[in-house]
Every structure is written in C-alpha cells, then in structure tokens.
Design a protein. Structure first.
Lengths: 803, 205
C-alpha cells in the first residue's frame, strides 16, 4: 500500500522543484544568447545577424552512458548555454579512421541537458521509503547524515554490509559509480560484484570454449568476409561500437552476403541484411545445433581444423577423464538420447523452416571466410550460456577461427590487447573480498548470510551479513532495470532490510524514488571526463567541462570527495586532484598502455581535437598465432585447444542445465511449457533508439521519434481484437503494463516486443502506465554465469480500457 | 554555380534511426510536433502458416525526407502572400515573418514538407541549412547520418553520381514538382505494390 500511495504523491512532489525552464528563460532574457539564436533562424535576419562570432565550439565525447557507441560531438555554447550539437566531421572519414558520428540519442542531448525535471538540490525522504516524497535540504545536512549513517552501519554490520551496485549511467571517470567505489575501498571496503546485466552469460561462456574473452578480430576485418550472420545482433538500434553498422554495410558493398536472424525485422535487418530469418526467442541454440548436424551429415565441417585445434567434437578426441562422455557429435546424431538434432527437430522448436536451417548451414559452412556475430539479446535468457557456446562451436567446426575475414564468435573483445579499459579512474583495492554476481544483489539483501558458492559467491565461503547500505550512483538498474520491478520495490521498501539508501542522479528515476538521501549530479557536459572506444576502442575521447553545473548540482567525484572529508579521508581520496587533474592522470594511463602518442590534456584542450584515434590499417586477427601453431600458442583452456566439450563444465555434474557440449535447453518459461496456456506470448525487451537503457527517458525529441509502445504482430492482434494504436494490457504473474500498441508485421507471430528502459510508473492499482518491461521480467538467473535472464518472459495481452 | 540544390537518399542503407531528423531539430530548434525532416517507415506483406511454420512475406524500408526544394515549387504558387521564396541556387524557404498561417502551401505540397506550428501560427519547413551552405558547409541531416546514406549537391552533379531515380513507393510522380531528390531504392521497394505496403508510422511523421 505504501508503495502505491508513494507513486501518487511522487507526481505532486515533483511540482515542488523549480523548473529548469525558468533558468533557460532567464538566461535568454538577460542576454542575447537564446533570443539571438531564435532570431537567427528567420531567413530575413540571417544576413544582419553575426551570431556565429559569439559562439564557442567545443569538441567533446558524447556523454558516456552504457550504449555501445563512443562518438564525437561538436558542442556550440553561447552565454554559458549549449545551443547546438553537431557531430564528427573530420575530413577523410576512411574505413581505417572513420568519423565517429553520433546516433539520434547524442543528437537529442540538449533536451536532456535542459530538461525541466533535472534534479537541482539535495533532498531527503519524508514518509515511507519508495513513496517518492522528498524535501529540500542543504548540502551540509545531506553530507552529515550520510557520514553518520555510514558510521552507524559500519559499526553495526561491518563493511560487507555496504554495496555500490552495478549502475551504468556514467562512464566518464568523474561521473559514475567508480567514484563511490574508490571511497568505499578507502573506508574499509564493500561487498563487491562480478559480471554485468549486459554480458553475463556471454562473458562466462566464451572462455569455456576459448580460454579468453579476446575472441574478436578488429572490426575493419569484416570487409574481408564473404558471409556475415548477424545473429540476434542489432547494431543499428543498440549501437555496438560506433560505425559497426557502417562497416557491415561496407562489407556488403564489397560482396559479403549478410543474413540477420532475429525475432524482429530490426532496423539493422532492414538496412544491412540480404535476408531476414525470424526465429522464436530463446531457441537460437536449437537452430545452431541443427546447423552443426547438417554440416556433419553433409561433411561440410573443416575436419582438419577440428582435428588439430579442437577437443570433444567426437569420441576420438575426448579429454582425459571424460573418455566415455557424450561428445558433440554424439549429441548431434542422438547417439545417447535417441534424438538426432535434424533441421526437422529444430524447426518444431525455433520456428525456422527446416529447409532454411539447412540452407543457412550450407551457406555459412561453404562461403568462407565468414562471420557469425553473436548479439547479446539471446544470452540474456534462461540458458543464455548455450547459444553462446553453440555459436562459438559453429565458428570452430567451420574453421573460421584465426583467419582474416573469419570470426571466432563469443564476446569478441577486440584483438590484440584484451580490449577496453573503459574506466581507468583508480578505485583501489577492496579490502572486502566477497563478491556476488551483479544480478543477485536482491538475494544478498534477503538472505545474505546464507549465500555461498551455490549462489555464485566468490572470495569467501559465506557472506557474513545481508546488504544494509546501498550507495547507488548513476544507477537505475537497482529498480527499473532489474528483473521483476514489483518484487524489487517491495524489498527496498522494507527499511529493516536495506537501512540506508543513498542515490545520486540527474533525474528522479524509479530508483531515485527509493532514496533516503537523493543528491543532484551534474551532467557529463558540466564536469571533466574521458572515454575510450568501448568494446572496440581505437580512440580516446576527451570530455571537457563545457558549461557550469546548474543549481546545486555537483559531479559524482565532488560528492564523494565531500563525503570523504566527513569521514576523514579527503586527502587519501582526492590525492589533491581536481576533476580536471584526474582526467589528466587518466590520459597518462592511456598513454602508458596502447596510446603512446596520446597528447597531454593541455595539448588536447588547445587543439580542440576532441579525439585521438589509432587508424586501423591492418586489423588484428584473434587467434592468428594459435591457428598457425596450436602447440606453441596453446589457448588458456585446460586442454589448450578449443573446447567443444568442456571437461570443466562436465565436472560440475549438471548435464541438464550446464551441459559439457552446447545444447538446446528448453527455457523455464516458454511456449512449450504448461505456463503457455495462461501466457502464450513470448515478450522481448529490445534496445530502443529513444534511450540508452533507461537513460534519456522523457527526452521529447526522442519520444517523438520513437514512442514507447508494445509491438505486436497483426495475427496476434486480430485474434485479440486489437487495432493499431489501441491501449493494451500486457501481464503475467509478476505484474501488468498498459501502453499503446503498434501492430506491425515486423515481428513474428507469438512474440511481442516492449522496448526496455521505460521508467516504471505504476498507477494506484500497481499497473505500470509507461511500459517498463521489467515489471514482467523475472529475477531468476542463468545456471552457470549467474546472469540475468530478463528476456525470458511469457505474457498475455488484451485490449485495455484506456491508455 | 549551383542552380538547383537537391538531396540524395540511399534507401537501401537507411536503417530508420532518425539521426537526420533530430539533427535537423537541433540545428533549427524545432519543438516537438514540427518535423522539417522525418523518416517514413514503409511496411507491407504478412505471415502465412506453411507446413506448421510461420513464413513471412514482410517487406520494410525507410524514406528520409525533408523539403525537396522543387524546381517547380507548388507550395509557393499556393501562397497568397508570397511568403515562399526560391533562391537562385534552388533553395526554397519560407519567410515566416510574412506567413499568415493560411496553410494553403501545406495542402499543395505532395511531399508534406510544410509544417504548421500552432504556437507561432506559421508554416515552416527545411531551408536546406542555407546558412551552412552559404558558409561552405553541409546540411545538418547529411552530416548526421551514421550510415552515410544522405548526400547533397547540385542536381546535375547528383544525377551524374547517383542516377535518375526520384520516385519509390509511395512518393508522388516527380513530374508534378520536379523535386531536388535522387534516391537509391531499397530492394523491397520493387515489391511494395504486390505486398500492399503502406506508411506504417503516420503517428511519427
């Protein structure tokens, strides 16, 4: 009840904030700034207005959230206000050193920067937690309270009770959760975590095959490919590396055939693929398995490569100690289970016609070199480890590993150096050695003391305490992006469990509504920062401070510094450095590693170049050494070879859900189980161009371009008497959502899509009126990676009374 | 000297990401509801169950469209106060100071380029970023495209570079207005009629 009431009052309390528009208005009135900008638009005034001379242009990295792009902006400032944003227009724009053109999200950023709902002052909660009622307080009161709560909880429960959760809203060194982790580590540490909500299964499963996560050639090498399978991969909507979609386009122009396998006819499929193959969600491993069957049956595998570079393909190459176990070939042919994994078998599961499965198998096995690029959507599922391993095995048995134009699949961090640094801001060493899987934090709140290895806990045998203090920085993952929002909200609303919840953000997110103390953070345009090229980084991008932090906002680093001062740790925390000093320090770290020619901060600032890039003229090829000499350049797997059969997994003794060879495993919620009688539709929460996860929610230009809604096939809509544009209710046992719908043939029957990241906005009945897909998703985790399975959702849909 | 500016649009490469649309809005400070450039989603076809499996005949492609700065700007002919002006380089712009908000131009334009803004009671549209053009620059939309699917230039040059196609479904006959537009069709455009395709996103454009 408290929760529901809280949401009603939340809207009211927001009116108490001064509107940002007041500031913009006063700036316009007090100077020529915006007023001149408006006049300049009118052609009649164009020739008399000399506006550009009053503008300043700063090249800067696009604010670093957790998209897969890292792009360059040209930010125009007048009288302290950002008036226009352009993107990279460096001359040349070559494949080796392309422009880093921002996507629609970056281009709309002004409307986030000057959004009327930005948080302005520190606030404290009044009323029960989660109601979202706050009153303004001063910084001193806020910081004193935080220091007092930290001291109290440290004394009562010890440092393991503190948690700085997974949160990806800021990645620019100065803003972001790392600033809090650094202070926590100085304060005695906090419960740590491993893996992520993005890549849990793929980051755990890839090394079981290859012994490493560095399985990707540099992307420019795609232009050497003759065949590209985009499997569950949608770079045009999620952005998976700035320019990835352009490189695929260029590869296709060079003659590569591109096939996209996805339940949706995505924007990527429309623009990049020669063919779209719809597939039932959660069944990718079945199609992959049947493709391997076809290759074996028709002798299309690279038998020599399998013999010299792989283990476990058939009973001639089983690892010692597992000689009698089921080999991959045994599984394909049904030697043990009596079920040959034929295209007919797979068709019934994945919904792809048997002839298509066989044809794609032949195409991929014979059109070499080829890329099977694994997107991440299919691994955020019940048994997400399986399609990852199955895809890697297809790459291996076709011999596409270690060659130009080929692709080993897996998580594909970029060769040669182990991929990204992302954050070099030093968090120091965490004195608390206990780690949990990032997705299991609610478990650590509910039953901390019971948690051990069976729940993925590392570093200790058992946790000593539940989580009692959460410090959430740039983190809406806590509520909105975690599985099963209604459950999470109930857990957090209990003030006896998590006793203190500190939130720092730009906006009153669904997570921020649960804060005890809520601190307003400046945007990344308002402090210094530095970013590199995400998963594929061939560049370092400077993010100079462009405008002043408005109202009482501060950077995350400044906030942590001021808390540190209260805890007697200021000098240890800051080492005397300002935000700008840390960016300079971070540049030194990049310079010491893979960017030896990187200019200093002063030089970068003077040149206003914004970016320092390393042209990729000769793309690195992952596993080239291993390919050449598998004995001399052993993989870091137990066998030193590609493990089609993993003895490590075999020894876990869980063949049903963690098989030693990749298998199709029916999901715990699927169209094939008894649950389908009640909830017959698979729901997926795809990435959407109007947001980066939940960041950029509510930006009007983006909402206009990509409104939040449910996508449903005409066949499923018609049988429910649903028309395009109707309000629809989507629900299962975990919750209900009401949003408008788009009836479109662009996704397969039996599947609905609710774009992820919309902010949970429950009405008085607890029905979410905005469309957070995590109202429907589950908190259950994958068996091996302990990863989120948030795309495994079954629902029912009906026409709703009103939107 | 340029006598007729125009846009080139590669429909085969366009994903529909709308970076062009929003870059235009940022460049021109356009409020929600006013779209000088917008992206039409064309979709058609359907699903048929064959041997127990759903098989799609679905087609989809996008058309990113601003104002085509037509050689025969019928919008201007429709304007009773002559608020629509064509420059010597072909760029057509609306003098919003002279516009009386009668919206006849909006009716006349077969490309829906003219956009009424109730807040100002005037009509406005793409002006080809003529300030940028006059300074030797690039229209915001062209510079924005992550897929490099947009280009601009003198129509004579664009024709030489990209060919003569100026119409894909459901665009009007170019003979009507002689638009400054060259298109590389998406492969699905050839099947639009047979698959009963239509604009699928009227609420967005």
């Amino acid at each position: 009840m408290a929760l529901k009431k809280g949401i009603e009052t939340a809207a009211m309390s927001r009116r108490g904030f001064l509107r940002w528009s007041a500031l913009v208005g006063s700036a316009a009135a007090s100077s020529k700034g915006l007023a001149a900008g408006f006049r300049r638009r009118d052609p009649r005034h164009a020739l008399v207005e000399q506006a550009p001379s009053e503008e300043r242009m700063v090249r800067a990295g696009c604010p670093s959230h957790n998209c897969g792009g890292r792009c360059l902006l040209k930010v125009y400032v007048r009288d302290g206000v950002i008036v226009r944003i352009e993107t990279d227009d460096r001359p040349g724009d070559t494949i080796a050193d392309p422009q880093l053109r921002a996507c629609v999200r970056g281009r709309a950023y002004r409307r986030r920067q000057y959004h009327p709902d930005r948080l302005q002052y520190p606030m404290k909660r009044v009323g029960p937690r989660g109601e979202g009622r706050f009153v303004r307080i001063g910084w001193d009161e806020a910081l004193d309270r935080i220091a007092a709560e930290f001291a109290r909880l440290k004394a009562a429960y010890g440092n393991q009770a503190f948690y700085v959760p997974y949160g990806t809203g800021s990645y620019n060194q100065i803003n972001g959760r790392q600033t809090a982790q650094r202070l926590m580590n100085l304060y005695g540490g906090s419960l740590g975590y491993y893996n992520s909500y993005s890549w849990a299964a793929i980051s755990a499963a890839t090394p079981t095959v290859y012994g490493t996560s560095v399985t990707g050639n540099q992307r420019q090498d795609w232009l050497n490919s003759k065949y590209i399978l985009m499997w569950s991969w949608n770079p045009a909507e999620m952005r998976d590396g700035t320019n990835s979609e352009w490189f695929v386009q260029k590869a296709r122009e060079k003659g590569a055939r591109v096939v996209c396998i996805d339940p949706r006819l995505t924007l990527s499929a429309v623009s990049l693929a020669d063919e779209w193959i719809p597939i039932r969600p959660g069944t990718d491993a079945a199609m992959m398995t049947a493709m391997a069957y076809v290759m074996v049956n028709e002798s299309l595998t690279d038998a020599a490569f399998i013999r010299t570079h792989c283990v476990g393909f058939d009973d001639t190459q089983m690892p010692a100690g597992a000689e009698g176990a089921e080999s991959y070939k045994d599984y394909l042919l049904g030697a043990r289970d009596g079920v040959p994994k034929t295209p007919e078998w797979a068709e019934a599961i994945c919904g792809v016609p048997r002839a298509t499965i066989a044809r794609i198998a032949r195409e991929y096995a014979t059109t070499k070199p080829g890329v099977l690029y694994q997107g991440y959507g299919m691994q955020r599922r019940a048994y997400g480890e399986q399609p990852v391993r199955a895809g890697c095995v297809l790459a291996a048995i076709t011999g596409n590993v270690g060659i130009p134009g080929g692709w080993a699949s897996g998580i594909a961090l970029q060769a040669p150096d182990g991929g990204p640094f992302w954050l070099v801001f030093p968090t120091g060493e965490n004195p608390v050695k206990a780690l949990i899987p990032s997705f299991l934090w609610t478990e650590a709140v509910l039953r901390g003391k019971e948690m051990g290895a069976a729940d993925g806990v590392r570093g200790v045998d058992k946790l000593e305490t539940g989580i009692k203090c959460i410090w959430a920085v740039a983190c809406n993952a806590l509520v909105n992006q975690h599985g099963n929002v209604n459950r999470t909200a109930r857990i957090l609303a209990d003030e006896k469990k998590v006793e203190f919840l500190l939130v720092q953000d730009n906006f009153l997110t669904p997570t921020a509504r649960f804060a005890d103390i809520l601190l307003p953070v400046c945007t990344q345009f308002e402090t210094w920062g530095l970013e590199d090229g995400w998963k594929y980084g061939d560049e370092v991008i400077l993010m100079p401070k462009i405008v002043e932090p408005p109202f009482e906002t501060k950077s995350d680093y400044r906030i942590a510094s001021e808390i540190a001062a209260r805890l007697g740790l200021e000098q240890a925390y800051t080492e005397g450095r300002t935000e700008r000093d840390w960016v300079s320090w971070s540049l030194d770290r990049y310079r010491e590693t893979r960017f030896p020619g990187l200019p200093t901060l002063d030089e970068l600032e003077r040149s206003n170049a914004g970016v320092y890039s390393l042209p990729v003229t000769r793309p690195a090829i992952a596993f080239a050494d291993f390919r050449r000499d598998p004995v001399k350049h052993r993989l870091r797997t137990p066998s030193g070879k590609i493990e089609i059969f993993s003895k490590t997994l075999h020894d876990l003794g869980r063949p049903e859900d963690i098989p030693a060879v990749p298998k199709y495993v029916r999901e715990w919620e699927s169209p094939f189980g008894p649950e389908a009688a009640k909830y017959p539709l698979s729901a997926i929460g795809h990435h959407y161009l109007s947001r980066v996860h939940s960041t950029l929610e509510g930006v009007d230009w983006l909402e206009e371009a990509f409104p939040q809604r449910l996508f449903i096939n005409p066949i499923d809509a018609e049988s429910r008497k649903i028309k395009n544009g109707d309000a629809v209710k989507i629900w299962n046992d975990r919750g209900a959502v009401v949003v408008k719908c788009r009836v479109t043939p662009r996704l397969m029957p039996g599947v609905v899509a609710l774009p992820q990241g919309a902010w949970w906005t429950p009405d008085k009945n607890g029905v979410d009126r905005r469309g957070s897909v995590n109202v429907l998703s589950s908190e259950r985790w994958t068996p091996f990676a302990f990863g989120n399975a948030q795309h495994t959702i079954m629902v029912q849909v009906e026409k709703a009374e009103a939107a | 000297m340029v006598t007729q500016y125009g846009f080139y649009f590669d429909a085969a490469a366009c994903s529909g990401c709308k970076a062009c649309q929003v870059a235009c809005k940022d460049r021109n400070d356009l409020e929600p509801g006013v779209l000088w450039r917008r992206v039409y989603e064309v979709a058609g076809g359907g699903w048929e169950k064959k041997d127990g499996v759903w098989v799609p005949s679905v087609i989809a492609y996008n058309i990113s469209m601003a104002c085509n700065h037509c050689a025969n700007p019928v919008c201007g002919l429709a304007c009773p106060v002559k608020a629509i002006v064509k420059r010597e380089d072909g760029i057509v712009f609306v003098d919003t100071g002279a516009c009386i908000g009668c919206r006849y131009c909006e009716w006349a334009c077969p490309y829906t380029a003219l956009r009424f803004d109730a807040r100002t009671n005037t009509v406005s549209k793409c002006n080809f970023c003529y300030e940028a053009i006059d300074a030797g620059g690039t229209p915001a939309c062209v510079a924005a495209c992550p897929q490099r699917a947009l280009d601009f230039g003198d129509m004579a040059e664009l024709r030489k570079k990209y060919g003569e196609v100026r119409r894909i479904f459901p665009l009007p006959d170019p003979a009507q207005t002689d638009p400054g537009l060259i298109i590389k069709p998406h492969r699905d455009a050839a099947r639009a009629a047979e698959r009963a395709a239509e604009v699928a996103n009227w609420e967005e454009v």
